[in-house]
Structure formats: structure tokens, C-alpha cells
Design a protein around this ligand. Sequence first.
Ligand SMILES: [Zn+2]
Length: 333
Amino acid sequence: MSNYFIRFFLNLISFEVLKSLSSHKIILPLYHTVSDRRLPHIENLYKVKTIAEFRRDLDFFLRNYQSVDIKEIINSTKDGHKFSRPVFHLSFDDGLREVRTIIAPILLEQGIHATFFINPSFLDNKSLFYRFKVSLIIDALKRFDFSDSILNKIKSCLSPIDGSSVQRQLLNLNYNDTDVLDEIGGLLNVSFEEYLEKESPFLSIDDVHWLISKGFTIGAHSLDHPKYSDIALEEQIRQTNCSLEYLINQFDIENRLFAFPFSDNNVTLDYFNHKDLIQNYSFGTSGFKEDKIFSNFHRIPFEHYYLNAESIIKICHLKFLIRKLNNSNFVVR
Ligand SMILES: [Zn+2]
């Protein structure tokens, strides 16, 4: 179904009716960044909202929900407190530069709370997230002509899947394929180090101190952003604990909040029950699904579609109501 028909269909449905039918009082919208500039390291991965689009999303949230601190969300599950009116709490993953230059100033102007989940390995632009390398490689392939000999070398680095394009194969690479990405970057003369130095896509340690001084919450997002289903359980625990310990030592954070990189899909009960795990609360991306782990909250991604906030929330309510009918509104562990 095209975006036009999705929007047309959603416009026929009343937000108020859906909201009252599904009875969800808390929403946790998830973003990464906001920019009017082209961001080659992200452009081929997901849709970045413009400043105007982001402001329109915020207007929608403020009209329909009250912004609350993350502590209020956490306490509501501890003491069973029910909010008298619907509430929202924003979060932003990956610790990107625009958090300081664009997002936080807008949120401060509007009095909106937020939590920023950051990866210590990327802070101060020390290294580049492997998915950003994928986007930069695709960007180079789109913008420049390369010889057949180089293109053939790239194809030989990838594991060919029947009929899939080089772009699709690049997007399918995972955390364990970082060496392949470095090799392809070298073949195309794409210098990831130079990009980090020139573009500074990530926040600095000073930026994070500034965010804390302005009343925002900071949480961890693993050391360097592996998909947890791609790594062993002991490595999952190490990534979570080391990233939280870094934030405790560097920024003296109060609550040990952790957002799973990508999502918590296929993260098992062995992880949540692990004796060494130091997180207090964690965050996945399953929207209105119910989770048997009460300390694991679910957020709603707002960058996956060319849709505004109201349409995305409507889709969440609809999915919830359909799953309820099928008795399938649970996160499988
Ligand atoms: Zn992330």
C-alpha cells in the first residue's frame, strides 16, 4: 500500500476514538536525530525528520499528552500510579551531534523532558558506528563512478545472495562484518576517520555534561551498538555493563537506564535474569506490546515511515487492538 493510501485510510479514523478504545496512557516516542541538512552517514538507513516535521510532531504530543520526567514513568510501574491524563517521554538514541545543536534547544524552549541513550565508544567521535559506514559506502557508490575492477572486488567481499543488489547486501551486513566494511571503504577511498574528524557526527563528553546540566536524563546504549541477537549472551552483558559503568564513572548518573541497540528482539530471559547484569531499567522498541519483564519499557520508533506523529500513534493503537483480538499482544522471550 502506498504512503498516500495509508495516509488517506488513517485520516478516516478518529484519533480520540482509537485512544479511548486502546486505553494507553503512556507513550515513549523514539528518535535519533533531526536535521535540515543531508546526513550521508544516515541517509541510506532511515528517514531523518526535518526541524519543521519534528516541531509538528512535538505540537501533536503537547496537544494530546503531558511531558513527564523518566522517573515518573518508572515510578508509575513501581507503585501502580495511574496518570490522570496521557503522558509522554521522548528519547533519542546513538548520541548524535544534532542533539546538542538542534534537538535540546527546541526541547528546552518547549519545556519537554527527554532521555538520551549514548554509546561510549562513539563519544567525542572516537569511532564510527558500523551502520554509518554502510550508509557512507552506499552514498559513495551512488555519487561516483567506479571502475568494473573495483566493483567486482566489492562484490567478492560480499556474500552474494540470489538477486539481491550490492546495496541490499551492504545493508544486510552485521556487527561481525566490520572488517568487510573497512575493506570496502578502503577500495572506494572512503575514509571513515576523515569523516569523523570533519563532520563530528557524535556528541562530545562536554555536550553530555551540558545536557545533564540542563536537566535531561542520560542512559547507555551499549558500547558500540551491536544487535544483541548477533552476539553471545556474555558479550551482551559485557556491552550493557561496560557502557553503564562508563556513564556512572564519567557522568555520575543516578539511574542505570539502558536502551537496547536496534531492539530487544530475541533477547532472552537469560539476559534479564543474569546474575551480573547491572541495569535498573531497560528500553525496547515494541510499542504497545506487553512484556513479562516489568522493568523493560517499550518505545515507539518515529522515523520508520514518512508519516507524522498522529499517523504513527494511530497505527500503534490499531496494531494493539488487532493483537488484543488475537490474544497476541505479547513480547516473546
Ligand atoms: Zn541505536
